[in-house]
Design a protein around this ligand. Structure first.
Ligand code: HEM
Length: 154
């Protein structure tokens, strides 16, 4: 596997992101914009469902979910670009693998919240539990994303 990760790191994209003056900074900036967009919508939707923010029905977020998806795709592309720069390290970083798992779990729980709001209603305990767990997963994804830089061997 290490040869495969080394091949990714030695790719044109990997070298550009790692060694150019602006590559990593541009990718990380795009990553911040994508994260703010995607997780911003998720946070407002889940905090409304949890009655922390003034009540806006989950269903009325349907237009905003496409905005969240575009933020997610910005993070997917910029994240892959960042990953190629040091694939041999990130691939064995527990905090990175945990982050990717939290992103998947956070997305599934958000879908479960939306479906439960339709079938069980917005005030159902189940809907609120999915909202809380989704929110915690996305906050965890941000924290583990930030911690990646601290688990990095120069
Ligand atoms: C919506 C999903 C995502 C969120 C919320 C997220 C969050 C974050 C955060 C908060 C950081 C730290 C940014 C900083 O240092 O200023 C980060 C860095 C990073 N993320 Fe993500 N990320 C997401 C998706 C991805 C994906 C899909 C990948 C790879 C396939 C990825 C790879 C990386 C890498 C390589 C870094 C750089 C770590 C470093 O500073 O060394 N991210 N991410």
């Amino acid at each position: 596997m290490m040869e495969f990760f080394q091949w990714i790191e030695d790719s044109g994209l990997g070298v550009y992101i790692r060694e150019s003056n602006w590559g990593f900074a541009i990718a990380l900036s795009a990553h911040a914009v994508g994260m703010g967009t995607a997780v911003g919508v998720v946070m407002v939707a889940t905090l409304c469902e949890l009655n922390v923010l003034p009540k806006i029905p989950v269903a009325s977020f349907s237009n905003l979910y496409s905005v969240a998806w575009s933020g997610f795709f910005i993070n997917l592309i910029s994240g892959i670009a960042l990953y190629t720069s040091h694939a041999t390290q990130y691939s064995y970083q527990a905090v990175f693998i945990f982050k990717l798992a939290l992103i998947v779990v956070g997305g599934v729980l958000l879908k479960l919240m939306i479906d439960s709001a339709k079938t069980n209603g917005e005030e159902a305990g189940k809907t609120k539990l999915f909202a809380l767990l989704s929110l915690l997963s996305w906050v965890g994804a941000i924290v583990t994303g930030r911690l990646m830089a601290y688990f990095f061997q120069i």
